[in-house]
Design a protein around this ligand. Structure first.
Ligand code: SF4
Length: 380
């Protein structure tokens, strides 16, 4: 029988596991702290654990961290790790230090089945979901490697964004215990406001996350109307913008922040006109408390898309801001190591032929159309 990977458990799960071994709850807490707070991988290091428990764990349990294939350090301090998750798949995580925070961007899947047109992960197709242990091992590695490098026992990573490879809400069952471990005071002790799940809009799972583990929510919007969003984020055909916004609004009732962040990748001649900005304003104004984060597109050859120029991004941002919508333009970080947004590619044994499919279908830019909500309003 394979040894159980203890990184797969949140504290509740680890407690249940320890209870099956005849151990008390506080033993699980001790073990959890050794793993996540102290970065121990060897049960013999865990000096305050009863010897009897340590010997029970030997042989039946393990701490399966992820082998590092490569590490690249950018001139701006950004670090990108490529982790081997077996079977020819590798996933990436990116550490982004700033003056007032240190953020880790984590992957949730090997590849992604959503297939957004502007995303290199989407072009690679999908291989498999990561386990809870594989998601949390990215944080475990980054946190403890950085502490060692900086010679400190203080916590380094203050924020986590689930914005790496994959659609986290399509790997819900593995995601939630990983989030709980990040938030747990005996684990990484991160504030709910500082853990962000980014989704392309898996509506039923947004509703479940609100109940199970509300953290900050970012939504990859990228278009102000359904015909264009259908092209850019194919999941929109299943969960169109109106349903998505309704789910976001409900989410705010439980969310740790009082706004949703909408991510909007600026694509030259596709979604970046003044008319698109006006449609966005009409879509959200008075309907949902939100912020926009405009992301300069990071071009890659297979996408057939171009980055909007800086003046266009600024003009678009100004229109939104003038309408009273808080708008930021994301600084690109780690450009020199391909660690910027949408550039994470890892290695994926595609089981979906997404790459070939996308190459055959260039993005068709629909003429600007009213949103579904506007159509319904004018029909009345
Ligand atoms: S943007 Fe996110 S959801 Fe879309 S293909 Fe890329 S990883 Fe998947």
């Amino acid at each position: 029988m394979d040894a159980v990977n203890l990184l797969d458990f949140d504290l509740e799960g680890l407690t249940a596991f320890c209870e099956k071994l005849g151990e008390k709850r506080f033993r699980a807490t001790q073990l959890f702290r050794w793993i996540h707070q102290k970065g121990a991988t060897d049960f013999d290091q865990m000096s305050d654990l009863a010897k009897s428990l340590r010997s029970k764990l030997q042989g039946i349990a393990t701490l399966k961290t992820l082998p590092v294939i490569s590490e690249h350090v950018s001139s701006d301090g950004t670090i990108k790790w490529l982790f081997d998750v077996g079977g020819g798949n590798a996933v990436e995580s990116v550490y982004i230090p700033e003056d007032d925070r240190a953020t880790l961007c984590i992957s949730s899947q090997a590849g992604c089945a959503v297939g957004c047109r502007f995303c290199s992960t989407g072009h690679q197709g999908f291989s498999r979901n990561l386990s809870t242990g594989e998601i949390i091992a990215q944080l475990w590695h980054a946190e403890h490697a950085l502490r060692q490098r900086l010679g400190t026992s203080e916590r380094i990573i203050s924020n986590v964004v689930m914005m790496g490879m994959g659609e986290p809400l399509q790997n819900y069952n593995a995601l939630v215990p990983a989030l709980r471990t990040m938030l747990d005071d005996h684990g990484y002790g991160l504030s709910r406001r500082r853990v962000t799940v980014s989704t392309s809009g898996v509506v039923p799972m947004i509703e479940r996350l609100r109940e199970d583990c509300p953290v900050a929510l970012a939504v990859s919007l990228h278009a102000p109307n359904d015909p264009l969003r259908d092209e850019l984020v194919p999941l929109n055909r299943k969960y169109p913008i109106d349903e998505l916004l309704a789910a976001c609004k409900d989410y705010l009732e439980a969310a740790p922040r009082d706004f949703i962040t909408f991510e909007y990748c600026m694509l030259d001649g596709v979604n970046d006109s003044d008319e698109h900005a006006r449609q966005l304003i009409a879509l959200v104004k008075g309907r949902i408390n939100c912020k926009f984060n405009l992301i300069p597109f990071n071009p890659f050859p297979a996408s057939g898309l171009k980055r909007s120029d800086n003046a266009r991004v600024q003009a678009f941002a100004r229109l939104l801001a003038d309408a009273g919508i808080v708008t930021t333009v994301r600084k690109t970080r780690g450009d020199d190591i391909d660690a910027a947004c949408g550039q994470l590619a890892g290695e994926v044994q595609d089981r979906t032929r997404a790459h070939t499919r996308m190459l055959r279908q260039p993005v068709a830019v629909p003429v600007a159309m009213p949103t579904r909500g506007e159509r319904q309003r004018s029909d009345r």
